[in-house]
Design a protein around this ligand. Structure first.
Ligand code: ZN
Length: 158
């Protein structure tokens, strides 16, 4: 089995007419944006390269240039849609089966309890004691983010 066929990110990067909209909220030729699986935070996004890459150092210059723009665009969209106070941007790609580079873009709510702040926010992803947001809510937030990202980009300085 190739690395690509064993990789869930690559599976979701492939064309699939039946895929759920939250698996492909936005994209360009280098990056795809999806809602995270099992998140207890609505709007927890992952930003995934469109090809199989397992270290940041192996991103191309073109992928790198688009990366910064995506991180800021998604952060702005999360502020607009979720009303978050700020966003966290995190990349580990350590879990078995999830070595494909992926940047977590996490809306950090005003008033997030201190026990979940900073790296501890990962207690809100895929943990049985912190139930994931409902699939209806994931679909709703993903659609709102998709719509927001379709509108022409606004520059903070304009
Ligand atoms: Zn992959």
């Amino acid at each position: 089995m190739s690395a690509q066929s064993a990789c869930l990110s690559c599976v979701h990067n492939a064309d699939n007419p039946n895929r759920r909209p939250e698996h492909w909220i936005a994209s360009d030729e280098h990056w795809r944006v999806a809602h995270a699986f099992g998140a207890a935070v609505a709007g927890w996004l992952v930003l995934v390269p469109r090809r199989h890459v397992v270290t940041i150092a192996d991103l191309t210059d073109e992928e790198a240039a688009a990366l910064g723009t995506w991180q800021v665009r998604l952060s702005r969209a999360l502020h607009a849609v979720t009303g978050c106070a700020k966003t966290y941007v995190v990349q580990f790609a350590e879990r078995a089966g999830f070595e494909h580079v992926h940047f977590h873009i996490v809306p950090r709510a005003d008033g997030l309890p201190e026990q979940f702040q900073g790296p501890r926010v990962f207690a809100l992803l895929g943990k049985p004691d912190q139930p994931a947001v409902s699939s209806a809510e994931v679909t709703r937030v993903s659609a709102a983010l998709h719509a927001h990202l379709q509108s022409p980009p606004l520059h903070a300085t304009s």
